[in-house]
Write a protein that binds this ligand. Structure first.
Ligand code: CA
Length: 164
């Protein structure tokens, strides 16, 4: 008679990597059977670091390119990328190492990159940056115009002196 039974194996007590699980059964008459299964234990999340730009960077345009490095003890699976906690790019290929985010609003933003391994362990890293356009106060423009005007006037005077 074929029955189903289960056993919960606490893999946290074992090292990550390859293991062989052996199931052995014997009936009342002494007949026996055995199967083995190869199992890979992975209880270690990936590591990920943002390599560019540096944290708390300031930009003056509405796009930013972020690059990172990531690795897993067994196998990376994918990345999820969030902007201000909203998923903007999911299931990003494990071979991808950069993303350009466009259409940013002005102010402080947080990009979160989450790296997953094949069994769903994940680690996330955050990049904080601020986007502000360079604004020139009208007074600086006025000062610049006056300065250019004065320089031009002096040059013209110097030239006139040399000519006379
Ligand atoms: Ca892992």
């Amino acid at each position: 008679m074929l029955g189903t039974t289960s056993f919960t194996w606490n893999t946290a007590q074992y090292d990550d990597g390859n293991h062989i699980v052996r199931l052995y059964a014997q009936d009342a008459g002494g007949l026996e059977s055995e199967i083995t299964k190869n199992v890979i234990i992975d209880n270690t999340p990936p590591i990920i670091i943002v390599t560019s730009p540096i944290n708390n960077t300031k930009i003056n345009k509405d796009s930013i390119e972020v690059t990172w490095q990531a690795a897993d003890n067994i196998k990376l699976d994918h990345f999820d990328i969030y902007l201000d906690e909203a998923l903007i790019s999911g299931n990003v290929s494990k071979s991808q190492r950069s993303i350009t985010i466009t259409g940013l609003s002005q102010g402080e933003h947080v990009i979160t990159i989450r790296a997953y391994d094949e069994v769903g362990n994940y680690t996330e890293t955050k990049l904080i940056f601020t986007y502000r356009t360079l604004t020139v106060h009208p007074i600086y423009i006025a000062v610049a115009i006056v300065a250019i005007g004065c320089t031009a006037a002096i040059l013209i005077k110097v030239r006139k002196k040399k000519l006379t």
